[in-house]
Design a protein around this ligand. Structure first.
Ligand SMILES: C[S@@+](CC[C@H](N)C(=O)[O-])C[C@H]1O[C@@H](n2cnc3c(N)ncnc32)[C@H](O)[C@@H]1O
Length: 249
């Protein structure tokens, strides 16, 4: 496991709202050590491009080989903001407990959708807000809160955020029922010393934190912008001042 959540529970929950079929090409974006990638291959007989930034692709490959999945799960080291794939290559994108790190950028969905064939799905699941709060962080969350948590949002926020650009049709955006208990129980299992987080999640009891998922389908009738990598320019020298400098006051 790579993060604070059980990636298999989240992948199972997310894919129950997706339409994955044998032979599909899947981008597992922000896959960490790759457990979700192997799971996707084993459960759905799909090919998976197991892509992550922080975790080493060589180490992931060894795990994939040991899981007997090397023929169909391909480890890639890449930044989600600079993906090395061809347009329309994937049938679907799956992203587990990772998307908020880069996907809150207003332009990101349009960028990512370009790698998915028209009509293909993009699905995300992970830690998020079950209900937003305005103003100060609630007292029971303050000891655990850190600035980077500002990227966590509600299912309704993701629905609105994705719908706004018109690139996709949002098919699902919801919160896992009693998700906070899974969050707490997994932490108790793998990181029992992480008392600050466990106490915050327990005190919150699902009022603000939980697991969120969203699934959208790339529209077939919307043309996506090509990424701008360079804008050609040609510099020409011209005098800046038209009058003789001595005439100026
Ligand atoms: C909390 S971990 C989750 C990992 C794994 N999906 C899981 O659920 O166990 C977040 C993952 O997001 C990945 N990530 C964060 N920013 C990224 C970026 N810009 N491009 C690709 N992956 C990124 C990290 O490398 C990390 O593995």
């Amino acid at each position: 496991m790579s993060g604070g959540a059980n990636s298999l529970w989240l992948t199972e929950w997310l894919t129950s709202a997706m339409d994955l079929r044998p032979g599909m090409r899947i981008l597992d974006l922000g896959c960490g050590r790759g457990a979700s990638s192997v799971f996707l291959h084993n459960e759905f007989d799909v090919q998976v491009w197991s892509t992550d930034l922080w975790f080493d692709a060589d180490d992931r490959r060894r795990r994939i080989v040991d899981a007997d999945a090397a023929d169909a799960v391909f480890p890639v080291h890449a930044d989600a903001r600079a993906l090395p794939f061809a347009a329309d290559f994937f049938d679907a994108v799956v992203s587990i407990d990772s998307f908020p790190y880069y996907g809150t950028d207003d332009l990101y969905l349009g960028y990512l959708a370009r790698f998915v064939a028209p009509g293909g799905q993009i699905g995300i699941a992970g830690a998020g807000l079950s209900a937003d709060f305005t103003g100060a962080v609630p007292d029971h969350l303050a000891p655990w809160w850190e600035p980077s948590m500002a990227c966590l949002h509600t299912a309704a926020w993701w629905r609105e955020h994705w719908a706004r650009g018109g690139v996709v049709d949002v098919e699902c955006a919801d919160t896992m029922t009693e998700g906070w208990t899974f969050w707490r129980d997994w932490q108790l299992e793998v990181a029992p010393d992480n008392t600050v987080e466990i106490e915050a999640i327990t005190a919150d009891a699902g009022r603000h934190f939980g697991y969120v998922r969203a699934v959208a389908r790339r529209r077939t009738d919307v043309a996506l912008d090509e990424p701008i990598t360079t804008i050609p320019t040609r510099y020409e020298r011209h005098p800046v001042f038209r009058s003789d400098p001595v005439d100026r006051p």
